[in-house]
Design a protein around this ligand. Structure first.
Ligand code: AMP
Length: 284
């Protein structure tokens, strides 16, 4: 099937309706400037359903004032090639913000406790913007399943909770983080890094590795593991935003970590904000 590219909500709804007559539909929501991490989601979606729809929309509602909305990288032609290569069938790339937020738009999804700490605390309103756009994409597509990366682990959990709380029929599927050979998690924002910064960007991966090896050696104290990760990040010259050990479901801080507890990290490298996370019990 050739790649169908639609730019209006109306055409996206219609393309998805037609696809669902043939069988299941899987959705991959993105902000574009696609990389192998996004492509892994498209491929996983293709294993699940005969039709895969990808959305490409830099969602203003999830950016705070002073964040990188105006300079967020874009490359629609390259994205369409990558979608096709990964086996997508439909791409929804709204041409303007008004296609998603027309004049008079006024209803938002307000997530709860899961969205309060970490990214929610550092980026007020971020998850309200994420949930609102994701619910709209679910409503337009009526996808059977939607694929999200664990790169944004808290986002994945917030969306799982939203779907449960609001009785949305779309199944939420989380997929592992795709990394560069040196461990850096692929991210559209890596394009902001200078060559010198790119060298130091592995600090988060190294911090995760340090915490994992301490955990394996018997250090299970959440505070100690957080401190160790924070130190590793500071030593690489990054400015720590948070280093948090959390249980993988409620994202609460345990006294003592177990192998499924996740270390979630955010740090600034110059002006670029990087995030990463992983389960403490996983090998690295
Ligand atoms: P974004 O375009 O940054 O909004 O990301 C779109 C989707 O791709 C989200 O579900 C992300 O979690 C996921 N994603 C981003 N980077 C990666 C990665 N390195 N590995 C796996 N999934 C990713």
């Amino acid at each position: 099937m050739a790649l169908a590219v639609v730019t209006t909500a109306h055409h996206f709804r219609r393309a998805c309706q037609e696809a669902r007559l043939e069988g299941e539909l899987a959705l991959v929501p993105t902000m574009g400037f696609l990389h192998a991490g996004h492509q892994s989601l498209i491929q996983a979606a293709g294993q699940r359903a005969p039709t895969v729809a990808v959305t490409i929309f830099v969602n203003p509602a999830q950016f705070g004032p002073g964040e990188d909305l105006s300079r967020y990288p874009r490359d629609l032609a390259g994205d369409l090639r990558k979608c096709e290569e990964a086996g997508a069938h439909v791409v929804f790339a709204p041409e303007g913000e008004r296609e998603i937020y027309p004049p008079g738009f006024q209803t938002h999804v307000e997530p709860g406790l899961l969205a309060a700490p970490l990214e929610g605390e550092k980026r007020p309103g971020h998850f309200r913007g994420v949930c609102t756009v994701v619910l709209k994409l679910f409503a337009l597509s009526r996808a059977d399943a939607a694929f999200f990366g664990e790169k944004d682990y808290q986002q994945f959990r917030v969306i799982e909770q939203m779907v449960q709380d609001l009785n949305v029929a779309t199944e939420v599927v989380g997929r592992p983080i795709v990394r560069e050979a040196d461990g850096l998690a692929l991210s559209s924002r890596n394009a902001y890094l200078s060559a010198e910064e790119r060298g130091r960007a592995t600090a988060l991966w190294k911090a995760l590795g340090a915490a994992r090896s301490a955990f394996r050696s018997g250090e299970h104290g959440a505070a100690q593991l957080e401190e160790l990760a924070a130190k590793a990040i500071a030593e690489s010259g990054l400015r720590l935003d948070y280093a948090a050990v959390r249980d993988p479901v409620a994202l609460q801080r345990p006294q003592r970590a177990d192998g499924k507890s996740r270390l979630l990290l955010a740090a600034f490298l110059g002006k670029t904000r990087l995030i990463d996370n992983g389960a403490l019990g996983e090998a690295q």
